[in-house]
Ligand binder design. Structure first.
Ligand SMILES: Cc1ncc(COP(=O)(O)O)c(C=O)c1O
Length: 421
C-alpha cells in the first residue's frame, strides 16, 4: 500500500470491530484471560496479547501499526505525550553513568528534560553547538549510548543531516535517534536515511487538531544490539520477566518490546484510548493537511522575505536558507508549517495585534499559531543558552495553519504595521 492508503485504511479488520467503519474506542482497562495458563503465558511474554491498558490497548494498536508502517519500522509504541516518548526512548538505552550526544538546537522542553531531569538520574547529555558532523563525532566517548537529533529543529528550524549523523553513530556502534515531529513521515522518513529509532510528539501534526496529547516511538528494527557490549539490557536476562533476553526472543523488535513491557509497565505514561482514537483520525488526513501546511508556509515565508520590516526569515525551502541544500535532500515534498522570523517592531504589539493567528505554544494545528519563544517556551533558558539555541528577542515562530493564505498574510501584515506604530 502507498502512504496515503496506509494512512486511511491500513490494518483495519472490519470483522474484528463488528463491521464498524470507523474503528471504535476501546475504553477498557483490563482484558479477561482465557485460562490461568493463558494468563501465565501472557505475563511471561510467551504469547502476544493484552493484559492491561497501561501496557497495550486495541485503540493504540491501530495507531502503532500505522505509524510503524508509515515510518518504515518494525514496531511502535504510543505514549501519553512527546516528552514521555523521549523519556522512555532514552531510558531504554542509557543508565546512570552513560552519556548521550545531542544538539542545543532542540525543542526547549526536551532540552530541559535532558539537561535537568536526566542529570538528576546520572545520565549526561552533551550538547553540540555546531552543524559540523566532526563536532558530533568528537563529543562521543566510550560511555555514549546514542546520538539524538530533531529532523527539523523546533524552534530553530534547522535541518539535520540524518545520513551523516547515522554514519557517525554506526561507526561508533551506537544508534541514531531522531525526533521527526515537525516533518512527520509524510515529508521525511528518517529510517530511510539510517536512523534507528524515531520519536514523535503526536500532539502536533499527526493528531493535527490541537486536541490530543500524545507521543510515539518507532523502532526501525535495524540496529544490532549484540554488536558490542554497550546494550546489555537487550542481550542479558531481564529478571522481571523470568530471565527473558529481548534480543534472542524478539529479534529485530527487541527495542520496542522492551520499551513497552519494561518501561511502559513501570512508568505508566500511557495514552488514553480516546486520544489514540483522535490520533488515528488525524493520521487519516495527514497527507492532505501536510500538503496545505507546506503550501501556505512557503507562500508566507516568500512574502515575509520581501517585507521591509522583517529582520530575517528561517524556512528551509527558501533558496536563501543556509539549509536549502539539506532540505532538497530530506524534505522533497515540502518544508512543513514552521517559519521563524524577526519583526522589526515592538514584539508585544505585534503578537497582540494578530487576529487570525492564535498566540499559544503549539504547532501542527489546523489553526495558525504564533509563539514568542523568548517570552514563553525558552523563557527558562539563560541568555547564553537562548543565543546558542538561536532565540533572539525579535524571534517569532509561526505554525502556518490551513486557513486561506490571503487572510494569513493580511493578518501578519497588519500586525507588523501595528508593531511599528
Ligand atoms: C519537536 C518536539 N518534540 C517533542 C515535543 C514534546 O511533545 P509533547 O508536548 O507532546 O510532550 C515537542 C513539543 O512541542 C516538540 O516540538
Amino acid at each position: 500500500m502507498k502512504f496515503e492508503t496506509l494512512a486511511v485504511s491500513g490494518f483495519i479488520d472490519l470483522k474484528k470491530q463488528n463491521n464498524a467503519v470507523s474503528t471504535p474506542i476501546y475504553a477498557n482497562t483490563a482484558y479477561s484471560f482465557d485460562s490461568v495458563q493463558h494468563a501465565v503465558d501472557l505475563f511471561d511474554l510467551k504469547v502476544a496479547g493484552d493484559i492491561y491498558t497501561r501496557i497495550s490497548n486495541p485503540s493504540w494498536d491501530m495507531v502503532e501499526k500505522r505509524l510503524a508502517a508509515l515510518e518504515g519500522g518494525v514496531g511502535a509504541l504510543i505514549t501519553s505525550s512527546g516528552q514521555a516518548a523521549v523519556l522512555i526512548t532514552m531510558l531504554n538505552l542509557a543508565e546512570a553513568g552513560d552519556e548521550i550526544v545531542t544538539t542545543d538546537k532542540i525543542y526547549g522542553g526536551t532540552y530541559n528534560l535532558f539537561s535537568k531531569t536526566f542529570k538528576q538520574m546520572g545520565i549526561k547529555f552533551v550538547f553540540v553547538n555546531s552543524d559540523n558532523l566532526e563536532d558530533y563525532e568528537k563529543a562521543i566517548t566510550e560511555k555514549t549510548k546514542c546520538i539524538y537529533t530533531e529532523t527539523l529543529g523546533n524552534p530553530s528550524i534547522k535541518v539535520a543531516d540524518i545520513e551523516g549523523l547515522a554514519k557517525i553513530a554506526h561507526k561508533h556502534g551506537i544508534p541514531l535517534v531522531v525526533d521527526n515531529t515537525v516533518p512527520t513521515p509524510y515529508l521525511c522518513r528518517p529510517i530511510e536515511f539510517g536512523a534507528d529509532i524515531v520519536v514523535h510528539s503526536t500532539t502536533k501534526y499527526l493528531s493535527g487538531h490541537g486536541n490530543a496529547m500524545g507521543g510515539a516511538i518507532i523502532d526501525s528494527g535495524k540496529f544490532d544490539w549484540s554488536q558490542n557490549d554497550k546494550f546489555k539490557m537487550f542481550t542479558t536476562p531481564d529478571e522481571s520477566y523470568h530471565g527473558v533476553i529481548y534480543n534472542q526472543v524478539f529479534g529485530e523488535a527487541a527495542f520496542i518490546v522492551k520499551a513497552r513491557t519494561h518501561l511502559m509497565r513501570d512508568l505508566g505514561c500511557c495514552q488514553s484510548p480516546f486520544n489514540a482514537y483522535l490520533t488515528q483520525l488525524g493520521i487519516e488526513t495527514l497527507h492532505v493537511r501536510m500538503d496545505r501546511h507546506c503550501e501556505n508556509a512557503l507562500k508566507l515565508a516568500e512574502y515575509l522575505e520581501k517585507h521591509p520590516h522583517i529582520n530575517f526569515v528561517n524556512y528551509p525551502l527558501l533558496k536563501s536558507s543556509p539549509d536549502y541544500e539539506l532540505a532538497q535532500k530530506y524534505l522533497k515534498k515540502g518544508g512543513s508549517s514552521l517559519i521563524g522570523f524577526g519583526v522589526d517592531g515592538d514584539g508585544t504589539k505585534f503578537i497582540e495585534a494578530l487576529k487570525l493567528f492564535v498566540h499559544a505554544t503549539n504547532l501542527g494545528d489546523v489553526h495558525s499559531v504564533i509563539t514568542y519563544p523568548a517570552g514563553t517556551t525558552h523563557r527558562q533558558l539563560s541568555e547564553e543558552q537562548k543565543i546558542k539555541a538561536g532565540i533572539t528577542n525579535d524571534f517569532m515562530r509561526a505554525s502556518v495553519g490551513l486557513e486561506n493564505i490571503d487572510d494569513i498574510i493580511e493578518d501578519i501584515d497588519n500586525a507588523i504595521k501595528v508593531s511599528r506604530s
